[in-house]
Write a protein that binds this ligand. Structure first.
Ligand SMILES: Cc1cc2nc3c(=O)[nH]c(=O)nc-3n(C[C@H](O)[C@H](O)[C@H](O)COP(=O)(O)OP(=O)(O)OC[C@H]3O[C@@H](n4cnc5c(N)ncnc54)[C@H](O)[C@@H]3O)c2cc1C
Length: 203
């Protein structure tokens, strides 16, 4: 979207098709709106007006193991929405904004070769795509990083996280995130909010 007026022919490759889920806590902090505006002011307006799957998040309630709690109210409100929906919204916006964008879904990148004149992307199905510039937005296990940047994730600085959605979580009638610190799971935490009560654990 940020490149929509750049005069480029853009090929967008993803091993998934959309809508697709993504492991995420689904919080959309307030600064996301600043980023959307930087990309395109109308994108932020569409996020506010047309993206109906979100809820506003007005603050955060921290709950200690003894169930005592305190609330922080956000000065600038954030949002929460399932990544399934948020990423699909962004996907639609990106496809809409430029006739020079081609999406190739269900296409896993296997190898990237960079030469002085071009970048060649090889897909697992045998297809190759050649371009002048490559932008890697392929997540934590980025094949672009592995092939081109030669940098490695430092495992000692990693943490693992688990995400699951739960139904029938009661007493979430306010527009606050809740973070629950529970004995036996520290330094992990549980967190939830009205839209889709969930559990995330990190340690
Ligand atoms: C448990 C957990 C909770 C989190 N909670 C939050 C939160 O509440 N709020 C928040 O803002 N962030 C949260 N994050 C972080 C957030 O999910 C990531 O920072 C964000 O998704 C990274 O975006 P990305 O576009 O770089 O990668 P991704 O969102 O991972 O997207 C990468 C894309 O690349 C595609 N892809 C990958 N490999 C290939 C390949 N070889 N060929 C073709 N396509 C490929 C994938 O299909 C995918 O669509 C959380 C992360 C975790 C793990």
């Amino acid at each position: 979207m940020a490149l929509k007026d750049a005069g480029l022919n853009i090929v967008w490759i993803d091993k998934a098709t959309f809508p697709r889920d993504k492991v995420c806590g689904d919080a959309i902090p307030s600064n996301v709106q600043r980023v959307l505006k930087t990309i395109d002011v109308s994108l932020n307006e569409k996020f506010l007006q047309q993206f109906i799957e979100k809820v506003q998040v007005e603050g955060c309630r921290f709950v200690a193991p003894d169930k005592s709690s305190f609330d922080l109210t956000f000065v600038t409100k954030g949002h929460a929405a399932k990544r399934l929906h948020f990423d699909h919204f962004l996907f639609d916006m990106a496809n809409e904004c430029n006739s020079h964008v081609t999406f190739i879904g269900n296409a896993s990148v296997e190898l990237i070769v960079n030469s002085a004149t071009a970048v060649t992307v090889k897909l697992t199905d045998g297809r190759t795509i050649e371009g002048q510039i490559i932008i890697g937005c392929d997540g934590a296990n980025s094949i672009v990083r592995k092939n081109l940047a030669q940098t490695f994730i430092r495992k000692k600085e990693n943490i693992a996280a688990v995400r699951a959605y739960y139904n029938n979580v009661a007493d979430l009638e306010h527009n606050m995130l809740e973070i629950h610190i529970v004995k036996g799971y520290m330094p992990g935490y549980f967190w939830d909010r009205k839209i889709n009560p969930m559990l995330a654990l990190a340690w």
